[in-house]
Write a protein that binds this ligand. Sequence first.
Ligand code: ADP
Length: 380
Amino acid sequence: MTDLTADAVSTDLEALQLHLRSILASVPDGMIVINEKGQILAFSSAAEKLFGYKAEDVIGQDVSQLMGGHDQSNHQNYIGAYLKTGKRHIIGVGRVVSAKRSDGTMFPVDLKIGEARVGDSFLFTAFVRDLSEQRRNELRMQEMQAELVHFSRMSAVGTMASALAHELNQPLTAVANYLEAGRDLLDSDSEDAHEILHEALDEASRQAVRAGEIVRKLRGYVSRGEIDARSVPLTPLLTDSIALARISGDLADIPIDKQIVSDIGAVMADPIQVQQVIINLLRNAAEALHGVAAPQIFLGASRGPDDFITVEVCDNGPGMSEEVRQTLFKPFMTSKSQGMGLGLSICQTIVEAHGGKIEAIPSADGGTCFRFTLRRDAAS
Ligand code: ADP
């Protein structure tokens, strides 16, 4: 009788083991069973493919070898903390983490963990789904969107630049003509030469003022009440701006230290225009960093003053002279041979049209900090 029961039990056990083996062979996600010490007890066929290990090579090994960075060194503490406090951080919840293949390469996975109590101890079963393909697609989508935004912005800038060139051509040609005529009059003995010269210079100065007005109108055009201000979460806006600037190659490999207050919330803004400001500042910073030994850009965002949020773009470049600082936001002020000197002027127009302010201050390490404010969405 006793033997019969033992037989039944062993048959059950065998059946269970067979069942487990068939699960391990067919479960589509990587499945890894570990004990409380983090030792691997079972490793499914899909996990073998994902990680590039054979089950027999990893069974009995520490599971942390399948993880990267922080998780690798802390995994045993996670289990310890869970067993002690019963507080679930990942069990039953799922999380996206980095996993490590046998060749050391990392890949993103969706990790879900289930637990089972066996007598006094626990077994944990991890289900691992490879997200590499999904991430690649997401990234490609983002890149395509970024290219699209960049393209439409470039064509808008192109249209504006040719309109500007066309409009400015006329008064500037007039200025040149009046001045040339004036120069010729200087050598003339004619009686009324002095009077005509007077008129020519008057006219030249009127045309120069007109050219200035065209530029002012252009600045108005950039922000002509067309601000479609809405609540925009700031962190993704800043991150997208960096991505856009990187895609255009303007930032080279300069590292960007991003310090955005975690509860920064949202701003009331036209996202495309604000992106234009940030990209401009990043590009200027990168240009100022040409030839600097350890170039570094800092992008920060914090709350305040009052109902505003302050965004800062700093660099550890050579800084700027007082003279440049004075004229920084004036159109056509540039120290670059290829520069248009319109970037900061447009930045100022956009920021002010949003109700904010922009200024340049020296940074602690001798470079430059551009700081601007945007209205915070009080509801965020
Ligand atoms: P552009 O970049 O076409 O010259 P901007 O209006 O963007 O036009 O910039 C005007 C000038 O301000 C630049 O030519 C440069 O001299 C100065 N400048 C802007 N940003 C920086 C910076 N981060 N560091 C030093 N100088 C800067």
